[in-house]
Structures are given as C-alpha cells and as structure tokens.
Design a protein around this ligand. Structure first.
Ligand SMILES: Nc1ncnc2c1ncn2[C@@H]1O[C@H](COP(=O)(O)OP(=O)(O)OP(=O)(O)O)[C@@H](O)[C@H]1O
Ligand SMILES: [Mg+2]
Length: 336
C-alpha cells in the first residue's frame, strides 16, 4: 500500500511537461514504475490495482477527473481514488486493448453490440465528444469493455456528430464490418453515420479541388468593383440608413427582451401608429401629387419599401399581416 504522504512526496518528484505534437516529457525521481504515457500525462503504478496519472497541466487533469467522475456509476471506467492539482489516482485497467485484440481476432456482432452500448453510455452520462480510439478501449476477460483517457470527451475544439475516430481507427476492413453490424442492429443510426461519412467524403473532394487552385486576384479585383456601394451618394445614404435601422431594431429588441417586454405587442402598436401616420400622409399628399424623388416621402423609408415590394412581388400589407400572425421571419413595414 501507499500512504497519502508518500503519494504527495512522489508527486513532487515527478515532473511531466507537455510537448507540441508529442508525448509528454517525464522526469521521474521516484521508485514508481511508469506504465505508459501520452500527450496529456504519464501513468505510474502505485499498487497492484491502483495507478496515478500525472498531467502536464491542471486543465487536462481537471477535465479527465470530471469526465471519469461522470462515469463512476457505470462499469465502463476506472474507479477514482483521489486527485491532486496535477494527478489522478485511479484503478488499473487490465485486459487487452481493442487494437491488440483485433490484430488476431475478428470483430464479431457481439463486440460491435458492446461498442454501440458503450456509445450509448457515453451519451447518457453526458459526454459531448463521443469518440474514442480503439487503443483506449480495453476488453476484459469476461468480454465487457473498459475505457481510459477520457479528458477529451467533455472538452474539445472539434466535435464530430458520429464516432469518427473509432471508425477510422478500426481500419478499412473492420470499419466496413462494424458498419454492416450497425446497419443490422440499428438501421437509423447507420443511415445517419453514412450521411455524415458521405458529407465528409464530398467535403474532402471539394477541398482537393479547391486547394490547388490559385485565385485570379486581378480579375476578381476588377469584377468586385460592381459590389462597391459608397460611390453613388444617394444610394449610399439609403443603404446606410437601412443598416443603422437594422442595428437599431436588433438592439431595441434585445433591450426589450431583457426588460421582459412582449415585443410582438409593441411592434403591433408601432404598426398601428404608422398606419395612422400613413393615412394622414395619404390624405395630405394624394398619390397623383406625390413626388417620389425623396422630397416628401421619408427618403429611403417609403421609397425603397416600394422598391422592395415591387421587386419581391409581395404586398407590403401582406408582410405586415404575416408578422402580426406571428409567422417566423415575417417582417414589419419598417425597413430592417
Ligand atoms: N487506468 C489505467 N490503467 C492501466 N493503464 C493505464 C491507465 N490509464 C492509462 N494507462 C496507460 O498509460 C498510457 C497513457 O495514458 P493515457 O492514454 O490516458 O494518456 P494521455 O496522455 O491522456 O493520452 P492521449 O495523448 O491519447 O490523450 C495508456 O496508453 C495506457 O497504456
Ligand atoms: Mg488523454
């Protein structure tokens, strides 16, 4: 056995340093034997059944401990015995890892079933990134599975919607076998994975196509002039007004929501108000007398609204109606 005092003394005498794209660097001035190491830490044997994983940084240590703690009610993970800022004391997982196992043994239906069950458990306990390499999965003498190295299951810069790493780590042949098993046992899940795999394949092909192409900068520079908008003064004023209006509306809605105001109601009131104003305006300036060059109309507001309605072939009243009915994406009569 080891004592807490011993443990703390040893932990002071093991220095683990993270390296870029390589396993950690380890300086071990203790009698403890190293069982293995990876990019996040090194694992040392404490007793026959207990080991300690020493990390290069506290974030990885905290994440792994948290992820392991989520799984303590299941039989999938090493039991936790203790933690320091840079170490975790846990059960030693024995058995044969899936990589070794599959070198001589077939991927049977029963094993595939266990892998699917493992994924289900991951999801159930709250792992965000359900993706393990086959070498992190250990087969026990009774045929059950255990999993180590789980820090990345709860935090990662990338998340895949299907067990990409597990599938690719199986290799082409076993991947096909596993997929066939999934198709048999869980056809809907199979279809989803297949969908993602195809999307990925298409993305890969597009990238292969796009990557070698040098953009024709000169041509695009000339052609892109047609996208410029500030030279035409009156159009620029219109566009700027529209933009500011949009920003104002977004901020206004945010503020109202924060205050707990029912924005739909307020909008309806504003519409009502504008209806009245518009009515007055129409009476004072009948259509025949109206000057649409912006002298009387609210520049940008009425003018471009008319344009917009015309362009889209939608009636402005219809738009307002839609919004009142609460249709998603419906717009008010004001410019956005
Ligand atoms: N609980 C355990 N029981 C037995 N061996 C373990 C245990 N945890 C880790 N090991 C051994 O130590 C090695 C390194 O551990 P682990 O994979 O957890 O490190 P890591 O730095 O987090 O790896 P990665 O770079 O993949 O994140 C493992 O490959 C395994 O051989
Ligand atoms: Mg790890």
């Amino acid at each position: 056995m080891y004592s807490q005092k011993n443990l703390e003394q040893w932990m002071k005498n093991i220095k683990v340093t993270n390296l870029v794209n390589a396993d950690v660097d380890v300086v071990n001035n203790t009698p403890l034997e190293m069982m293995g190491k990876g990019r996040q830490g090194a694992v040392f044997q404490l007793t026959n059944d207990i080991c300690v994983k020493v990390f290069g940084n506290t974030e990885d240590c905290d994440r792994e401990y948290y992820a392991l703690s989520l799984g303590q009610q299941t039989s999938l993970f090493p039991k936790l015995y203790g933690k320091g800022p840079l170490y975790i004391v846990m059960e030693i997982i024995r058995g044969v890892d899936l990589r070794e196992y599959l070198q001589s043994q077939p991927l049977t239906n029963a094993l595939s079933e266990k892998l699917i069950e493992m994924l289900i458990t991951f999801k159930k306990i709250g792992y965000e990134r359900i993706d393990h390499h086959k070498r992190q999965i250990y087969l026990q003498p009774d045929g059950s599975l255990k999993v180590i190295d789980v820090a990345r299951t709860i935090w990662r810069d990338r998340v895949y919607p299907y067990p990409r790493k597990l599938l690719t780590s199986l290799g082409e042949e076993n991947k096909a076998i596993f997929m066939a098993h999934v198709q048999e046992m869980a056809p809907e899940l199979y279809m989803e994975w297949l969908h993602y795999i195809r999307m990925e394949e298409i993305s890969r092909q597009i990238t292969a196509l796009l990557l070698p192409q040098e953009p024709d900068k000169k041509t695009i520079k000339n052609l892109s002039n047609s996208l410029l908008t500030t030279a035409d003064e009156s159009n620029y004023v219109n566009l700027l007004q529209g933009l500011v209006h949009k920003v104002f509306k977004e901020e206004w809605i945010k503020t109202m929501l924060a205050r707990g105001v029912n924005t739909e109601k307020v909008m309806a009131k504003i519409d009502e108000h504008w209806d009245k104003l518009e009515h007055g305006f129409e009476e004072r300036y009948p259509e025949s007398e109206r000057d649409y060059d912006g002298k009387r109309g609210f520049k940008g507001e009425r003018h471009s609204r008319g344009d917009r309605d015309h362009n889209r072939g939608k009636s402005y009243e219809g738009e307002k109606d839609r919004r009142r009915k609460g249709a998603k994406g419906g717009r008010g009569k004001r410019r956005h």
